[in-house]
Design a protein around this ligand. Structure first.
Ligand SMILES: C[S@@+](CC[C@H](N)C(=O)[O-])C[C@H]1O[C@@H](n2cnc3c(N)ncnc32)[C@H](O)[C@@H]1O
Ligand SMILES: [Zn+2]
Length: 330
């Protein structure tokens, strides 16, 4: 677990900072959270978690589909947008420095992202913090961190199956089980960017954890997403009110940018099963009936000499910035 990450966490019980002691996180009031052997920490406390955590099967379907690269263009678009926000950002010299034991180089001054960082004078720069709310397997956050040389990632998801994978997704990422609908276990004004990809949002909490000038980048499916599978297999379609619901959930933010990200994918039957199994229809569809529908769809398509179906991926990538902070005194 990176010390850089632990210092931004808040105890989910008393909201105080936590420290890493041996293999657990502890606050000054004695609340403790063990680091699991897979490297993640559960910060879920109190009453029952919501019943919306992805199951082991959904996480496996998602991991397989994402690892095959079908949504790679979306990951690239998101990584580019985050990088454009956080690189080139000038960090004041006395800000976000901390002592560290081993100097990584000869003490030369390095320029990075517009910030001059003096290594070898017992200081180092803690990189921009990217929080992923509803991170799943950490696939998108890993792509974002990979595109930024110093970015540090905090992945939160209520599914421990997902978080176990996120804990291994990138060396600059920490992964935590937490419920996005409750107060997030993060200190105020920590995040440079919050990313939120097909996952629940918590506007007031996003606002609290963002640094001034920070933003939330939200990815939602657009109406043509997964066409023609939606019609052919009777899947849940994108709710026409989706955009309005996203905006409502981010009250106090203004949408300052919106990109349409669209591309075609060539999917075989196993990919189709995975994309359905990882999405909202998985909650409502019986797997054996779905498999029958997929076989029948492919036999119709294969009759037209196609073993793969061209399927549309279409998303909105929106940037939301805090409109005003008058209520929290900034
Ligand atoms: C559709 S998946 C998207 C995961 C990931 N962003 C991705 O695109 O690969 C939705 C994720 O939200 C998580 N989730 C659902 N309710 C949640 C909550 N209340 N708090 C945190 N995560 C939640 C699920 O466990 C699941 O991993
Ligand atoms: Zn505590």
């Amino acid at each position: 677990m990176l010390a850089d990450i632990v210092e931004h966490l808040a105890c989910p019980v008393c909201r105080q900072p936590v420290r890493l002691e041996h293999r657990s996180l502890r606050c000054a009031n004695g609340h403790g959270y063990d680091v699991a052997k897979q490297g993640y920490v559960s910060l879920l406390v109190g009453s029952r978690p919501p019943g919306t955590a992805d199951s082991a099967a959904m996480v496996e379907a998602r991991a397989g589909f994402l690892d095959a690269g079908h949504y790679a263009p979306l990951a690239r678009a998101l990584a580019r947008s985050v990088r454009a926000r956080i690189e080139g950002e000038r960090v004041p010299p006395d800000f976000r420095t901390e002592s560290f034991a081993h100097s990584p180089d000869d003490g030369s001054v390095k320029a990075y992202g517009g910030a001059e960082v003096s290594f070898g004078h017992e200081t180092r720069l803690v990189g921009p913090i990217v929080v992923d709310a509803g991170a799943g397997t950490g696939y998108y956050l890993a792509a974002v961190l990979e595109a930024t040389a110093r970015g540090v990632g905090m992945a939160f998801d209520v599914s421990k199956h997902a978080v176990r994978r996120a804990a291994r997704a990138h060396p600059r990422m920490g992964a935590f089980v937490a419920d996005v609908w409750r107060p997030l276990p993060i200190l105020d004004r920590t995040a440079d960017v919050v990313i939120n990809v097909f996952a629940p949002r918590n506007g007031p909490e996003f606002r609290r954890i963002l640094r001034p000038g920070g933003a939330v980048l939200v990815v939602t499916p657009a109406p043509e997403h997964l066409s023609p599978l939606v019609e052919e297999l009777g899947l849940l379609s994108v709710d026409a009110d989706k955009e309005r619901r996203v905006a409502r959930s981010l009250e106090g933010f203004t949408e300052t940018d919106r990109q349409e990200v669209g591309f075609d994918m060539e999917l075989g039957p196993a990919d189709v099963l995975a994309v359905v199994g990882m999405g909202p229809s998985a909650w409502h569809t019986d797997t054996s009936r779905l498999q029958e529908r997929i076989s029948s769809f492919f036999s119709r398509s294969v009759a037209k000499n196609r073993e793969k179906v061209v399927t549309r991926a279409e998303f909105h990538l929106s940037t939301f910035e805090v409109t005003s902070r008058s209520s929290d005194g900034a």
